[in-house]
Design a protein around this ligand. Structure first.
Ligand code: C2E
Ligand code: CA
Ligand code: CA
Length: 279
């Protein structure tokens, strides 16, 4: 009777029903969001850990849905991947970041580049290099003005065209970075084989620093691997001066996080840049 009771409860689990409803809602609203111009990009500065001056910016998507309110990417990117909408949304992100970058350059900010996040699904589309080439050309930007952040999933699933796509992107001059490094998989083998510029140390490892011995060890190991392979390392989720000092001790020079600044609307990013200066 107990078991049956539990099954019955599961069948009518209000949380599950709610989640299902949310999923359908989100997917329906997502379909229209791009045409309705409900997305915008905010920008988080990546700064030199030593003096806090801006090095680059990461574009992060925001969605204000008339039906659902302000939605964080963690709540809708996975749905957009399921439906495939991420491909069109991702192309919009690339174009919008390039447009903003060109506008900042026209205003005289010598910001070296802006980074965008590329989802796995988007990476698999054949025309990603073309979409990027078009966006750069449209806004008169060199490839070096754009950085692409991929997660390890792209490396590990190793679709037949992965190397080819990386080479095509590299040929455009864009900067290629592995995001959330160390989080999902161990991709060490791929680091040797693919033309990558740098790694972003997964935020979760920094959380226990400097108190947690195993987090400290992992950060040291990632910094060591990157150094031996000649890869840049960026630390994200830097929230305290103790974390900053720990990273500097490892020879990591660039970071982003609430210690310096959250993601900012474009005008506020420009103000931050004026205040702190470029590195
Ligand atoms: P991510 O690429 O790892 O981005 C970093 C996330 O950490 C951002 O959350 C940022 O606001 C947050 N963050 C920054 N500094 C700190 C800090 O000091 N402490 C903590 N706890 N968090 C910090 P956000 O903007 O909510 O984005 C979440 C994720 O959504 C991103 O993680 C990325 O995977 C995805 N995402 C965001 N924008 C896009 C996009 O345009 N395309 C795709 N495909 N994914 C995106
Ligand atoms: Ca990222
Ligand atoms: Ca990340």
């Amino acid at each position: 009777a107990k078991r049956r009771g539990r099954n019955t409860w599961q069948l009518f689990n209000p949380d599950l029903a709610r989640q299902q409803h949310d999923r359908v809602q989100i997917e329906a609203q997502l379909r229209r969001a791009l045409d309705n111009q409900e997305f915008r990009l905010v920008y988080q500065p990546l700064v030199a850990l030593s003096d806090g001056k801006v090095r680059t910016a990461e574009a992060l998507i925001r969605w204000r849905s008339p039906a659902l309110g302000e939605m964080r990417p963690d709540h809708f990117i996975s749905h957009a991947e399921t439906t495939g909408d991420i491909v069109r949304i991702g192309a919009w992100v690339i174009e919008a970041a390039c447009r903003q970058m060109a506008a900042w350059r026209a205003e005289g900010f010598a910001l070296e580049r802006v980074a965008v996040n590329i989802s796995y699904r988007q990476f698999l589309t054949e025309d990603l290099p073309q979409i990027i080439a078009d966006a750069l050309a449209e806004h008169g930007l060199p490839g070096s003005a754009l950085e692409l952040e991929f997660t390890e999933r792209v490396l590990i699933e190793d679709a037949p065209d992965t190397l080819h796509t990386f080479e095509a992107l590299r040929a455009l001059g864009v900067v290629l970075t592995i995001d959330d490094f160390g989080e999902g998989y161990s991709a060490l083998n791929y680091l040797r084989r693919l033309p990558i510029h740098g790694l972003k140390l997964a935020q979760s490892f920094l959380q226990g620093v400097p108190g947690n011995a195993s987090d400290v060890a992992i950060c040291q190991a990632v910094a060591g691997i990157a150094r031996s392979l000649g890869l840049d390392v960026v630390a994200e989720g830097v929230e305290s001066p103790a974390q900053r000092d720990f990273l500097l001790g490892l020879g990591i020079r660039t970071g982003q996080g609430f210690l310096f600044s959250p993601a900012l609307e474009p005008d506020n990013f420009a103000a931050f840049l004026r205040q702190t200066g470029l590195h």
